[in-house]
Design a protein. Structure first.
Ligand SMILES: *Cc1c(COP(=O)(O)O)cnc(C)c1O
Length: 400
């Protein structure tokens, strides 16, 4: 596609970048709210949001102002010193969660690595050196070596053997599998409340409650990877609230600063066992990223955007279910809040994604038979109607 009018960015990328992903041949140059514009001036409605990152949409004035003001004041000093934006962000996250202490990193994978290190420190100190972490098949915890060992998907693991040890992958949504995998070596269970990358897989209503109870019985920690589900995505500020449990540790990243790179670990008192020198980060917690996250997350809380994610997410899901009733090639529509998938009975998701692109709607191709809808939390009913209008046209033309 588009070989004739290939843009400079595409030419340079192909020449100078490693070929690590199959890109959609579009070059974006500007964003505002729910919309993006490419280098030809074409407008797109964005239901991808930078992979569930751009929680306030693009270039939200609250974020832009916070970045500009902080950039003109103080961008980075080492973590050997105190800075107020970092302390304020920790205060904001602790006061609005069931956790008590924060650590800041720069990405989801890095936050998860830190959470596993924290669990291992806890295991060393409180559970006779227990170090093993139980994770789920079809999970996604990031791309570092240890996190692909945690990620229970062969396609991520296989090219990188040998992987760091200390992870056991078990079936998701199966409490017996966790019971069987638990031993005196286990220090924690780590799960996504809803599996995002692995296919938008929802647990049954009581699964996480059972996991919580099991972790308490076994005396091990429960870590929730809320890198995708946290900060409003599932219709509550944190995904654990949707399932009525209190984890010992959570990790955050994607939506926390609406596009500025940041990751976070939050832990309760019991699990907050790091001592000086145990962990660290050069960039993690820098004033620029923390000021951005404070502005974004503060705004999300103040405007109750998690509630918008719930209500508008329900509306989007109902409109997608309507399409499912009209087209028998749509096998399933599932999700929670603004994390929704449409599954086809055949490998047609790429074709649908490109047809939507052509008509100015961005959707996320998650698998050959699966599209994911992860729009900004500021999405309105009107935006849903516009996107569904395009998707309806596309699916009608494919008929059966
Ligand atoms: C995206 C994601 C990660 C990895 O985050 P990066 O910032 O890409 O390292 C980890 N866990 C979950 C649940 C994610 O969705």
């Amino acid at each position: 596609m588009e070989s004739a009018g290939q843009s400079l960015s595409q030419e340079l990328t192909q020449k100078y970048m490693m070929n690590f992903i199959n890109r959609v041949p579009v070059t974006f140059v500007r964003g505002e709210g729910m919309y993006l514009w490419d280098d030809r001036g074409k407008q797109y409605l964005d239901f991808v949001g930078g992979w569930a990152v751009d929680s306030l949409g693009h270039c939200h004035p609250v974020l832009t102002r916070a970045i500009c003001e902080q950039a003109a004041t103080l961008i980075q000093v080492s973590n050997a010193y105190y800075t107020l934006p970092q302390a304020r962000l920790a205060e904001l996250l602790v006061n609005n969660s069931c956790l008590n202490k924060a650590f800041f990193a720069n990405s989801g994978a890095e936050a998860n690595e830190g959470a596993v290190k924290l669990a291992r420190r806890w295991g060393a100190l409180k559970r006779n050196g227990a170090y093993e972490v139980i994770t789920a098949f079809n999970s996604f915890h990031g791309r570092t070596l240890a996190m692909i060992a945690a990620t229970g998907q062969e396609k991520f693991q296989k090219p990188y053997q040998p992987l760091p040890s200390g992870f056991v992958n078990v079936e998701f949504n199966n409490i017996e599998a966790i019971k069987r995998a638990t031993s005196e070596k286990t220090c924690a269970v780590m799960l996504e409340p809803v599996q995002g990358e692995g296919g938008v897989n929802l647990p049954s209503n009581d699964y996480l409650m059972q996991v919580r109870a099991r972790c308490d019985e076994s005396g091990i920690l429960l870590i929730l990877d809320e890198v995708q589900t946290g900060i409003g995505r599932l219709g509550k500020l944190f995904g654990y609230e949707v399932f009525g449990i209190k984890p010992d540790i959570i990790t955050l990243a994607k939506g926390l600063a609406s596009g500025v790179a940041i990751g976070a670990i939050l832990a309760n008192e019991k699990a907050s066992v790091f001592m000086p020198g145990d962990h660290g980060s050069t960039f993690g917690g820098n004033p620029l990223a923390c000021a951005a996250a404070c502005a974004v997350t503060g705004y999300i809380i103040e405007k109750n955007l998690p509630e918008n994610a719930r209500v508008t997410g329900d509306y989007l899901k109902s409109r997608l279910l309507e399409l499912k009733r009209q087209h028998n090639f749509i096998k399933d529509v599932r999700g929670c809040g603004l994390l929704i998938a449409m599954e086809f009975d055949r490998d047609m998701a790429e074709k649908v994604m490109y047809a939507c692109l052509e008509k100015g709607l961005l959707v996320n191709l998650l698998k050959p038979s699966l599209l994911r809808f992860i729009p900004p939390l500021i999405i309105s009913r009107h935006d849903v109607d516009e996107g569904i209008g395009i998707l309806t046209d596309v699916l009608d033309k494919l008929h059966n």
